[in-house]
Ligand binder design. Structure first.
Ligand code: WTA
Length: 656
């Protein structure tokens, strides 16, 4: 490899002079604003709310409690519309500026859309939804590829007050069915097919299958499936239920006034994995979310209108919601939407796109950086990348090698890297450098954003001072925080506010150093992070045991060079079943069909039994150590019902 060895990594990277000279927020500004934000949240957010256009200006600012029933309300007497904020308010003076740049899977396909054009597309889409019977408050499921119509669909829902639930296009029909049922969504928007790396993805067929499963497994149904034609591929069509978008769009008005929404009306639901049970519908509301995503987007990326900003996430995840769609468009940004994958037609695609569209700000995930790093520096260096001025990272801790390569090779040692820590639940970034204010330490998400009060606690919930390590909690609310688990407020309280009373528990472990910098160490619960995607081990386990030949399964994460964490499954078969390689393959296929390819186990170890305590609890700590090939530090195994099982598992550990 020609890139410098990690040993050249410095401990601290000061703010470059060029960044400091032209920044929205210097280190002094940060200190002043941060103090204000935590000492007087009411005053601070009263000022910040003005970055958003309100139909009725809120008089009430913050009304939040992490105790008891947990109630989180921001700007609760204000009214606004998210799509108005992302589009209409820019039209007067800036309608001809570029809102979205589309770059197709096929490198010869691209398109620019101005704010005025965006307005036209979204209005039409909104009117089609209305014509199909969608009303304010209805849940609309969006299962689409990374194309502009997906952004139109989301903003169209927001425009008429419908609540979108975007389901990542890589999820299986079984996963779609569960999500349709959970939020009782009666409308689906999809495309004929998706296109990724030259391969077609049968999105409409998956929706058809999902609706069949919805009927057979949950007794549910949907009213309408709106199908956007994308590849032109043949799809089955149910004339009573399915509607071609392009046909419906011909008969509707070109204008659709935005619906005034209360600040606390739901904007969207997004399903995410937790440590127990099925995915939760994380509910975000309108006012606080818009204030928070637009503010974080502007400050963290030091965004100035006119710049080309590219976040490579999929809109099926929170990063796509907050930092491709809502935050950037509220700030009148030019946001790039990429349909394809980093490796197609070859592994220089990202850098070619950067040059082609003169991207200034580039935001991606460590897993992509590691994968591209493997392909060598030449593929990067044949591009200019001179337009880049800032790089971002999100989704998992970034390891020093990847940071170093991102900084030196991709950014030519010129561009600061903002390592942004946050979650689906937080709506926007909570811990992050600000490029003109924060000296960087590779691997650290550095300091809290305005209004954020992180703390570390021990397992008993005692607050820990100074340089130390513990569980990461938040002591106070911020406007972008999730409001509830859709349809299950009790689960919301249980999951986030019961471990440590009066605090929001993130599920992450974290170290704080002597400069008060935060270093996320990873999940401390049964959630694993595979290529930046969050997976609940319980979900994969329940998929495995749903197979006829499996009696029990336990899933843990283990270190994986590319993915960050890999999925390691211990599987106990039913009596009399021969564990074979065939069965192993069959189980991988099974999990892909139950959840999606992102949940495919990397390793399956057949186990005659699992290490359990006498009360029947699986000792995951031991399973993790065995998966990590660390047999020397298994700790106390004497409390196990059958300690001999541990020796058998070690004996059978694959790839020893
Ligand atoms: C992890 C993605 C370290 C963390 C926005 C968190 C990170 C989970 C970082 C949320 C980061 C996210 N450094 N870890 N910069 N960003 N994580 O809900 O474990 O898909 O709890 O949201 O990803 O994943 P989610």
């Amino acid at each position: 490899m020609s890139s410098p060895a990690p040993s050249t990594l410095k401990e601290i990277y000061p703010v470059p002079a060029a960044t400091r000279e032209n920044t929205l927020c210097t280190d002094k500004d940060y200190e002043t604003l941060y103090q204000w934000s935590v000492e007087d949240p009411e005053g601070f957010w009263r000022r910040q709310k003005d970055r958003i256009s309100w139909f009725e200006d809120p008089g009430l600012i913050k009304n939040t409690s992490f105790e008891g029933d947990v109630s989180i309300k921001w700007f609760e007497d204000g009214t606004l519309n998210a799509s108005y904020n992302c589009i209409d308010r820019h039209l007067d003076k800036h309608g001809d500026e570029i809102a979205l740049i589309f770059e197709g899977d096929d490198p010869s396909v691209d398109q620019n859309v101005t704010y005025r054009e965006l307005h036209g597309h979204v209005c039409r889409f909104a009117n089609v939804l209305k014509a199909q019977g969608v009303k304010k408050g209805d849940r609309v499921t969006i299962y689409m590829p990374m194309i502009l119509d997906t952004v139109y669909a989301m903003l169209a829902c927001a425009r008429i007050g419908a609540v979108h639930s975007v389901v990542f296009g890589g999820f299986s029909s079984e996963a779609i069915a569960g999500r349709l049922d959970d939020c009782q969504s009666r409308f689906v928007i999809t495309t004929d097919e998706g296109l990724r790396g030259g391969r077609k993805i049968p999105l409409k067929a998956n929706v058809d299958d999902a609706i069949a499963r919805l009927a057979s497994e949950f007794g549910g149904s949907v009213d309408k499936v709106l199908v956007v034609r994308h590849t032109g591929g043949d799809v089955a069509f149910n004339a009573d239920r399915d509607v071609w978008y392009h046909e419906a769009a011909e008969t509707v008005d070109a204008d659709c006034p935005p619906e005034p929404m209360n600040a606390e009306d739901p904007l969207f639901i997004l399903y995410t994995s937790g440590s127990t049970g099925q995915p939760k519908g994380v509910l975000h509301t309108t006012g606080g979310y818009m204030v928070y995503t637009s503010m974080t987007h502007e400050y963290i990326f030091d965004y100035k209108p006119g710049e080309v900003y590219w976040c490579t996430a999929d809109v099926g995840w929170i990063t796509g919601h907050s930092y491709i769609v809502y935050g950037p468009l509220a700030n009148r940004a030019t946001s790039l939407v990429f349909e394809g994958v980093p490796s197609y037609p070859d592994a220089s695609r990202f850098w070619q796109i950067v040059d082609k569209h003169q991207v200034n700000i580039f935001y991606t995930a460590p897993t992509a950086i590691r994968a591209l790093m493997r392909e060598g520096d030449d593929l990067v260096k044949k591009s200019s990348r001179s337009s880049l001025r800032l790089l971002g990272s999100v989704g998992e801790p970034i390891n020093p090698e990847a940071w170093n390569w991102y900084h030196n090779v991709v950014g030519d040692a010129r561009c600061p890297i903002v390592d942004t820590w946050w979650q689906t639940e937080t709506g926007g970034v909570l811990i992050t450098p600000l490029p003109g204010a924060t000296d960087l330490k590779p691997g650290s998400a550095t300091r809290p954003f305005f209004g954020i009060r992180p703390a570390l606690v021990d397992t008993d919930g005692n607050l820990l001072d100074g340089a130390t390590e513990g569980n990461l909690v938040m002591l106070d609310s911020w406007p972008g925080q999730m409001r509830t688990v859709y349809g299950d407020h009790e689960r919301f309280i249980q999951t986030y506010f019961s471990t440590y009373k009066g605090m929001y528990f993130t599920g992450d472990g974290c170290r704080r150093d002597e400069d008060d910098y935060y270093w996320i160490t990873g999940r401390v619960d049964d959630v694993i992070n595979v290529s930046g995607h969050r997976m609940g081990t319980a979900e994969i386990e329940s998929a495995l045991v749903a197979h006829d030949l499996v009696s029990e399964a336990a899933v843990v994460g283990y270190p994986h060079d590319l993915k960050g964490q890999g999925i390691y499954a211990y599987v106990t078969c039913n009596a009399g079943v021969e564990p074979t390689d065939e069965l192993r393959k069959e189980l991988v296929k099974w999990v892909r069909a139950e959840i999606g390819p992102i949940a495919s186990p990397d390793m399956i170890q057949f186990a005659p039994g699992l290490p359990k305590t006498r009360s029947g609890k699986i000792m995951r700590r031991i399973l993790r150590k065995i998966a990590e090939n660390e047999f020397g530090s298994l700790g106390d195994t004497s409390t196990l019902a059958d300690p001999s099982i541990v020796d058998i598992l070690i004996e059978n550990r694959q790839n020893k």
